[in-house]
Design a protein around this ligand. Structure first.
Ligand SMILES: [Zn+2]
Length: 254
């Protein structure tokens, strides 16, 4: 299999000082990457001479960095490190949470843009789109884009699917709402759709060896098996049932 462009998905970059939002979704901390691990990961990219680019400029050997949810630590902790390395990144914001405790303020989003970062939409409410009526999906897509464009005075071209539940209809609606790129959590079903981008979620428990596999586009056999099981469970239980089961499991595992 040929090497594909790798798109990394981060959430919080944590250092024990900058806030994480109170009352986050169950399991959100699984995606908290420590500041020192984040720095080590970017150092590995630089040492391997892997370029970090925006999606439009990224070739098959490059990496794209994205962040979901718009946590305050993205501006306070991740931005200074990204600037140090000269790497651009995408930050997908839940518009109703802008300025809430633990999330970036509009001024912080402006700071990100001024520093060459890309702001995209992650919906208004973080609701799972496949559970919503068409008019609500339309609202999540279009109103969040309008809000960001009005406040940031820049074109918003990029959307990241809240919690990864997506289908062909939602992709079509996102493009109709003006988005040029839609970022999802797993592999797109239609590989010919060049506007839909699969990502790899960077997890809290990854060591540098696991990160190295990710940037090579590899998945350990055990994780690949777990992923297939998860996708099958999603298919059988549909979103509501899967989410319920996931929350139960996360609570048991704690
Ligand atoms: Zn999210």
């Amino acid at each position: 299999m040929s090497k594909e462009r790798i798109i990394l998905m981060y959430h919080g970059i944590v250092n024990g000082q900058d806030p994480v939002p109170p009352g986050r979704e169950v399991g959100a901390d699984l995606y908290d990457v420590t500041e020192s691990n984040f720095r080590d990961q970017l150092t590995m990219l630089r040492e391997k001479n892997i370029k970090v680019k925006r999606i439009e400029e990224a070739g098959t050997v490059d990496v794209v960095i994205t962040f979901d949810d718009g946590e305050a630590n993205n501006c306070r902790t991740a931005l200074p490190i990204l600037k140090e390395f000269g790497y651009p990144a995408y930050f997908f914001v839940i518009t109703r949470r802008v300025g809430r405790p633990g999330y970036m303020t509009m001024d912080e989003l402006k700071t990100m843009v001024a520093n060459g970062m890309v702001i995209g939409s992650h919906g208004m409410s973080h609701e799972i789109l496949t559970n919503l009526k068409d008019t609500q999906i339309e609202e999540e897509l279009a109103a969040s884009r309008r809000y960001l464009e009005r406040n940031l005075e820049t074109e918003i071209r990029d959307f990241s699917i809240p919690r990864g539940f997506c289908n062909d209809k939602i992709l079509r609606m996102a493009y109709a709402a003006g988005y040029k790129n839609v970022f999802i959590s797993d592999r797109p079903r239609d590989l010919s759709d060049e506007q839909c981008h699969a990502r790899v979620a960077v997890k809290q428990n990854w060591d540098l060896a696991r990160f190295e596999l990710a940037i090579k586009g590899e998945v350990p056999v055990k994780e690949a098996f777990m992923e297939r099981t998860k996708n099958l469970t999603k298919l059988v239980l549909r979103e509501g049932g899967y989410n319920w089961l996931r929350q139960v499991f996360i609570k048991i595992m704690k």
